[in-house]
Write a protein that binds this ligand. Sequence first.
Ligand SMILES: Cc1cc2nc3c(=O)[nH]c(=O)nc-3n(C[C@H](O)[C@H](O)[C@H](O)COP(=O)(O)OP(=O)(O)OC[C@H]3O[C@@H](n4cnc5c(N)ncnc54)[C@H](O)[C@@H]3O)c2cc1C
Length: 383
Amino acid sequence: MARVAVVGAGLAGLCSALALADFGHDVTVLESGPAPGGQLAFGPQPFTLPAVLRDLFRKTGRPLERELDVVPVEPAVRWVFADGIEVAVPNASPSGARRALDDAFGPGTGAQWDAVVAHGDRSWRELRPLVLGHAGAKPARSAGTLRDVAASLREPRLRAVLESYATRHGADPATAPAALTVLPYLEQTFGVWTVSEGLAGLVGVLAARAAERGATFRYDMPAAGPALDGRRVAGVTLAGGDTVPADTVVWTAPARLLPDGIAVDRRGLFARRRDHDDAPPAAVRTVVTQEQAQPTATPSIRFPADAGPATVTYDTPEGRVEHLAPSAVHGAAAGRVTAIFRRPGNVTRIRGLYLAGAGAHPGPGIPLVAQSAAIVTDLIGRA
Ligand SMILES: Cc1cc2nc3c(=O)[nH]c(=O)nc-3n(C[C@H](O)[C@H](O)[C@H](O)COP(=O)(O)OP(=O)(O)OC[C@H]3O[C@@H](n4cnc5c(N)ncnc54)[C@H](O)[C@@H]3O)c2cc1C
């Protein structure tokens, strides 16, 4: 049994703490805030690839569906154009999407979008081993930019839709890799899901199950950094100066608190030679207005008349939540989307110190963050 300190009680910390406690380790979670959840507190967050969470639940006790009501978001998304046209895109139905586009813009438009989804399918086959694995996979060669793919679409509104997969991550379609077509592919093939109880329900179940498996949660406990003993981790140094001893540390808090030079660059999911971007993280700009709205988990992607970046809005019981573009709704991202996926690896140069969460491989967003925890748990192994 190892003494494991997990720093941060967001999704990555919760998933890591649960899986490692279930593996029989002595797990302590150190969270700077007063409660778990981290970024999951920001309004509705429909997610793809629910299999990642299902896997964690199945391996650690009752299946996900017995704990929470995981439901498809229907329609998956509503595209709202400046000229007043709205397209409700059905969930997990490429043929339904094709019909909706043909109805809105005329026959043949759906087939144009099919070509984007087919591009995403090819990209996913290339990227999948890299996203789901932790070592050995070669970075994908990224041929072209998202704008190149968009340029092949005759319908200008569809071009705006495709480019929004870059702009909503705070990135420029002219430099974002073409392989971002995996995002519409994943949405339309595996569906977009939400938890009826809200993400607070997911957080509550994860924290309770981790505690049942023996994990200890310590809140209002900001970490200053890992405590090192040469090239080994010795614990976590708290902001107050105390050290919590540990043989293994799973770090899910911001990477800027780590000593320089310990992260191993994964080169990113989308490696391109000229990738290098030290721009500071784009801020998440989220606005809640008290507009009367019918609550729904379906996001509306609104496209301005001037072809500028789209804005993602959700109608919640609290009002309308707007994630203003350009923003980094999927975690801290530097100026280019390649940087979003250019994350340090889960293993560091310090023995016993692992990185998980949106700041580490394979990247941000609910499924990838949960997958980072799964990768780290596999690397650490059973007690
Ligand atoms: C507005 C918004 C909308 C989003 N929408 C979606 C969506 O629709 N679909 C989707 O899949 N994803 C979405 N995401 C992304 C998703 O929420 C995140 O990628 C994921 O929750 C990140 O989890 P994490 O554990 O890596 O990080 P966090 O949630 O940031 O957790 C890190 C935790 O560490 C704690 N911490 C920080 N510093 C310290 C320290 N020094 N010591 C101890 N603890 C510390 C923090 O308090 C926090 O609890 C969205 C994110 C935002 C912000």
